[in-house]
Design a binder for this molecule. Structure first.
Ligand SMILES: Nc1ncnc2c1ncn2[C@@H]1O[C@H](COP(=O)(O)OP(=O)(O)O)[C@@H](O)[C@H]1O
Ligand SMILES: [Mg+2]
Length: 248
C-alpha cells in the first residue's frame, strides 16, 4: 500500500525515552499510514515494547508523537485510547475465568449498553473461531484463540490503529499462522496495524513496510516488496550482533 501524501495516521519523530535515568530509545522516527500494516522487528531488548508503551502514554518521552493529526504530548493513556489507539500487550492477557463474551463486554465497559452489544457482535463476526465459543470461559481456549480474543478486545472500540506486541510469542507454528491471518483481516477492514514480531519472514509476508530496531535506534526502514530486503535485514542484524560482541 503506498504511503499517502496526507498526514500519516501515526507520526513519531525524534522520540526518546527510557526508564528513570536509563535511556532506551534514542531519536526514533517511525510512521504508519491509514490502513497500513507496518512491522517492527528487532532482537530481544531492542526497545520494541518500550516504543509501544511510550506511544500508549504509559512512559514519559521527548520528541513528537501525533495520532490522526493530534499531538499526544502530555495526553493520558485513556484519552489516547479514545483518540483511536488499541494496544495489545505481550502475553495473551485475557481474563481466563470469564467467558469470551464477558471478556469482550469488559473491554467496551464505558460504551453505551446498546452500542456495546453491537460492537461485540461486530468483532465476533470477524473471528468465527472465538464466536463459536462465546459462552465458554477463556481458560478453555487454545493459546492461539486466547491471542485472537486479546486482539478482539482491542478492536471492540473500533480503533484506527492497533499495536500488537509479539502476538505469535509462545504459539505453535500452526497457531502463529492462524493469528497472523487475523492481521490480514484487519487490513481488509481498513484498520492500520503496527506489528511487533520476532518471526521475520512471517512479518514480512503480511506487512506493507518494515522497520528494524536495534539498541534503541531504527537501523532499517523499507517497503516489504523490495527484492534485496532479506539481505539488508541480515546485514542490519549482523551489524548489530558484531557490534554487540565487540562491546560485550
Ligand atoms: N520496566 C523496566 N525498567 C527498566 N528497564 C526496562 C524495563 N523494561 C524494559 N527495560 C529495558 O529496556 C530495554 C528494552 O526493553 P524492551 O522494550 O522490553 O525490548 P523488546 O521489546 O525489544 O524486547 C531492555 O534493555 C530492557 O532491559
Ligand atoms: Mg518486547
Amino acid at each position: 500500500m503506498p504511503i499517502s501524501a496526507a498526514e500519516p495516521l501515526l507520526d513519531i519523530a525524534g522520540l526518546s525515552t527510557g526508564y528513570g535515568k536509563i535511556g532506551v530509545l534514542h531519536g526514533i522516527d517511525l510512521m504508519v499510514g491509514a490502513g497500513e500494516v507496518v512491522a517492527l522487528l528487532g532482537p530481544n531488548g531492542a526497545g520494541k515494547t518500550t516504543l509501544l508503551r511510550a506511544v500508549s502514554g504509559l512512559l514519559p518521552w521527548s520528541g513528537r508523537v501525533r495520532l490522526a493529526g493530534r499531538d499526544l504530548v502530555g495526553v493520558n493513556p485513556r484519552e489516547i485510547v479514545k483518540a483511536g489507539l488499541a494496544h495489545v500487550v505481550e502475553g495473551h492477557r485475557v481474563f481466563t475465568q470469564l467467558t469470551v463474551l464477558d471478556n469482550l463486554l469488559l473491554a467496551a465497559y464505558d460504551l453505551a449498553r446498546s452500542e456495546r452489544a453491537a460492537r461485540v457482535d461486530e468483532v465476533l463476526h470477524l473471528f468465527p473461531e472465538i464466536a463459536a465459543k462465546r459462552h465458554e470461559r477463556a481458560v478453555t481456549l487454545s493459546g492461539g484463540q486466547q491471542q485472537i480474543l486479546a486482539v478482539a478486545q482491542g478492536l471492540v472500540r473500533r480503533p484506527r490503529l492497533l499495536m500488537l506486541d509479539e502476538p505469535s510469542a509462545g504459539l505453535s507454528p500452526v497457531l502463529v499462522d492462524r493469528v497472523l491471518v487475523v492481521v490480514q483481516r484487519l487490513r481488509e477492514a481498513g484498520i492500520a496495524v503496527l506489528l511487533v514480531e520476532q518471526l521475520i519472514e512471517k512479518a514480512l509476508a503480511i506487512a506493507d513496510r518494515v522497520y528494524a530496531l536495534a539498541r534503541g535506534s531504527i537501523v532499517l526502514e523499507a517497503q516489504t516488496g523490495e527484492t534485496d530486503l532479506p539481505l539488508r535485514l541480515e546485514h542490519a542484524y549482523l551489524a548489530i550482533s558484531s557490534r554487540t560482541s565487540q562491546l560485550g
